[in-house]
Design a binder for this molecule. Sequence first.
Ligand code: NAD
Length: 330
Amino acid sequence: MASIFHNTASKLASFQYLRRSTFGKNVPALSAFFSTSSRRGAIKNVMVVGSGLMGAGIAQVAAVTNHQVTLVDQTNAILTKSMRSIEKSLGRVAKKKFQDDAEGANKFVTDALSRITVTTEPHSAVGEVDLLVEAIVENIRVKHKLFSDLDKAAPSHAIFASNTSSLPIGEIASVTNRKDRFGGLHFFNPVPLMKLVEVIRISETTDETFDALFQFSKELGKVPVACRDTPGFIVNRLLVPYLLEAIRMLERGDASAKDIDTAMKLGAGYPMGPLELADYVGLDTTKFIIDGWHEKYPDVQVFNPSEILNDLVAREKLGKKTGEGFYKYD
Ligand SMILES: NC(=O)c1ccc[n+]([C@@H]2O[C@H](COP(=O)([O-])OP(=O)(O)OC[C@H]3O[C@@H](n4cnc5c(N)ncnc54)[C@H](O)[C@@H]3O)[C@@H](O)[C@H]2O)c1
């Protein structure tokens, strides 16, 4: 009993610690040591590294909300393609926002595009940044190389953030000398439409850094939530084991895929069933996340791999994108 109480009390205390920064009650003595304290809310120049699905979306919403954005990728061809997709996406937003105002719509798109500069040489541009958001391939070695290189070239006040879905933020930050100015900014796909951003703090993240990331997310028009550096943060920590539990039900023969999905849609009010959702997310992505967690936390049962999932991925039935997963698609 005592230990449960102790556990609960300490969890509550750390939860309050997590939230405290949200309300800006910082420790003044500490604040003075960090140059970010004088720059609170002053994130103006943003570098987004990785111009794929997520990076392009992050660059778009940052540019729309009046930030100067440097978008980085490995080749000019990739950047050209990304800029085209940003332009198209901005066009869709403008069409809704300025229904009978073609001039306004045009200005909205050209203004936002004019705030984005592209480069394949982040070192030459990182000297100007207030915030760097990394959205490159989900591979710890590649992320380490990027962050350790740019850490040396970035100004001391600059905050670094990763958009990783499944890697520990602390592990990514470990190669830098700015762990106090490091956090997670976990956006959701598609970034221009999805309102949520999970703002992750590691034990070294200062209140100033956390506040700046939280405030920046608000400036983008998002709804930020605070979470510690725990596997999957809030959404994926709950969602991925749920998907795996549904796959395990199928594996045991408890119910058919269709009945599991129908049950969760009609019984729990979810817009999609778990197996439909796994097909939509991609079975390779789901397997990648669960395998990574299982390797790191072999004792956590809900992170156990699944034979059906492994088999489907081995046969390249990855869900909607390959035309077959738990279901067949035309
Ligand atoms: N796809 C999602 O739904 C989603 C959601 C939230 C978070 N994430 C995370 O966001 C990150 C990016 O995911 P994505 O889906 O946008 O991937 P993506 O494959 O669409 O884009 C990654 C981009 O990074 C570029 N890149 C790779 N290494 C680079 C380097 N060293 N320097 C510069 N550019 C580099 C690639 O060329 C590519 O354009 C991953 O960490 C992923 O876990 C993805």
